[in-house]
Design a binder for this molecule. Structure first.
Ligand code: DQA
Length: 148
């Protein structure tokens, strides 16, 4: 069964209570549960990991080299706009990924318009709220099945 790793960056553990007008009221646990359920429906194994620490996210990407991860879905959160190191880890991993943002980063402050990940990503989903993760998972499973 194909394996998909979902990575959540800093502050996403606060989803549900964090600026709900921007990020919605769905919690991270809800999102992870929905992805697990959708993964079972689609026939893909979904593993989820959140950290507020850049090094921990990088270590998880390194671990993905040997744990059978075929595809990644990542919301780098604030690191989107700052982290050359996390970008380098994904480049070294050399597996396809979708970059997801709950909010439409292009409708917000100018500093959110630059991403260190978008040019490496197979696709970018921004502004669809929690549904963006489900869209990314469907896309990833189609790519892995060779039907997209
Ligand atoms: C975010 C957008 C980022 O600019 C922000 O720093 C986040 C969340 C999003 O999902 O909309 O933490 O990645």
């Amino acid at each position: 069964m194909p394996r998909i790793l979902v990575l959540h960056g800093p502050n996403l553990n606060l989803l549900g209570s964090r600026e709900p007008d921007i990020y919605g009221s769905t919690t991270l646990a809800d999102i992870d549960r929905q992805l697990q359920a959708l993964g079972s429906e689609l026939g893909v194994a979904v593993a989820c990991f959140q950290s507020n620490h850049e090094g921990a996210l990088i270590d998880r990407v390194h671990a993905a080299r040997d744990d059978g991860t075929d595809y990644l879905i990542i919301n780098p959160a604030g690191y989107t706009h700052t982290s050359v190191a996390l970008r380098d880890a994904l480049a070294a991993l050399d597996r396809p990924f979708v970059e997801v943002h709950l909010s439409n980063v292009h409708r917000r402050e100018a500093f959110r318009r630059h991403s260190y990940f978008s040019d490496l990503a197979q696709a970018v989903i921004s502004g669809c709220g929690a549904s963006g993760y489900a869209f990314a998972l469907r896309f990833a499973s189609e790519k892995l099945a060779g039907i997209s």
